[in-house]
Design a protein around this ligand. Structure first.
Ligand code: NAP
Length: 281
């Protein structure tokens, strides 16, 4: 770093475990860009001051993570259309003093899916388990990219309904209570996505749906990347289904943010290797 270094970073709370600094700094280095990325723990009551700091200190931009992805929207000058639809921002670009909010989570997921599998979106029926922040990003992005139908199954069905209403602007969308899910619904599904935290370390033996519902006609995708192969992905492979891991979404959301800040295509392989190294401890 020197007096020309362009600053970027992460606002969240907590941020100590984040892999984004290592991933983004490796990418800047690979392309020989004089950029740096640091993690900033920001308490709720300091969020507006932190956003003002982006302008005051001339940062090029920041990523935003839990718990600030929704609240931060109130402090920005402009919000991109997909981020508005998702209702959350994970990337801010400082465009000559104007702060623009984007959401690269959903688009990062779609990119990962298309690059890492042979799955194509047109005409496909998607079942999303969960209706939290990650489900919103993934469902809205898939709806905007032309899937035929999205069904949202959640434990709290009111949240599933709210998300289905948003997705219905772009495609056929329905909500269902997770308890009412049955094998019939799954037999009419092409892509099943677990967006819940069920199966995440340390509860690695948990399954978000009964394993009997899995079949060979499915692509089963899990947003969790710790562990990389969750139990549902293992059960899906056993049932003859194709699988897609959550790590690619994390890499690609970062790669899209990198492109927004630097104008350059991100070195995906470098970023993936850094994260893999960290995950393997
Ligand atoms: P969130 O907003 O808290 O939503 C959590 C969702 O999981 C809700 O729909 C919740 O249902 C459901 N859920 C939690 N425990 C459950 C249980 N025991 N049974 C059934 N449903 C349960 O969290 P999020 O930010 O969306 O994150 C969700 C997962 O996605 C996490 O594992 C996270 O690591 C992963 N993620 C991955 C990436 C990536 O880049 N790969 C990015 C973001 C998130 P209720 O609404 O009923 O509470």
């Amino acid at each position: 770093m020197n007096n020309q270094t362009v600053m970027t970073g992460l606002f969240g709370n907590p941020v100590a475990q984040s892999m984004s600094p290592a991933m983004q700094n490796a990418a800047f280095q690979k392309l020989g860009l004089n950029f740096a990325y640091a993690a900033f723990p920001v308490a709720n009551e300091n969020l507006q001051d932190a956003v003002n700091g982006i302008k005051a200190l001339g940062f090029r931009g920041v990523n935003v993570t839990i718990p600030h992805k929704v609240e931060i929207m109130a402090y920005l000058d402009e919000i991109d259309e997909e981020a508005k639809d998702i209702g959350a921002v994970n990337t801010i670009v400082n465009d000559g003093g104007k702060l623009i909010g984007y959401n690269t989570d959903g688009a990062g997921y779609v990119r990962s899916l298309l690059q890492e599998t042979s799955f194509r979106l047109e005409g496909k029926r998607v079942l999303v388990i969960g209706a939290g922040g990650a489900a919103r990003a993934v469902s809205i992005s898939l709806a905007r990219h032309g899937v035929k139908q999205i069904m949202i199954a959640n434990r709290s069905v009111d949240k599933a309904k709210m998300l289905a209403d948003r997705a219905a602007r772009y495609t056929e969308a329905k909500a269902i209570d997770l308890d009412n899910l049955d094998s019939n619904t799954l037999s009419n599904t092409d892509l099943l996505i677990n967006t819940t935290s069920v199966g995440m370390y340390p509860q690695v033996d948990d399954l978000p749906i009964p394993r009997e519902y899995l079949h060979s006609g499915l692509l089963v995708s899990d947003l969790i990347y710790n562990p990389m192969k969750t139990r549902i992905l293992k059960e899906a492979a056993q049932a003859g289904a194709s699988t897609h891991e959550g790590l690619g979404m994390f890499i690609h959301q970062g790669a899209l943010a990198f492109k927004l800040w630097t104008g350059n295509e991100a070195p995906i392989d470098v970023m993936r290797n850094v994260v893999l190294e960290k995950l393997r401890g």
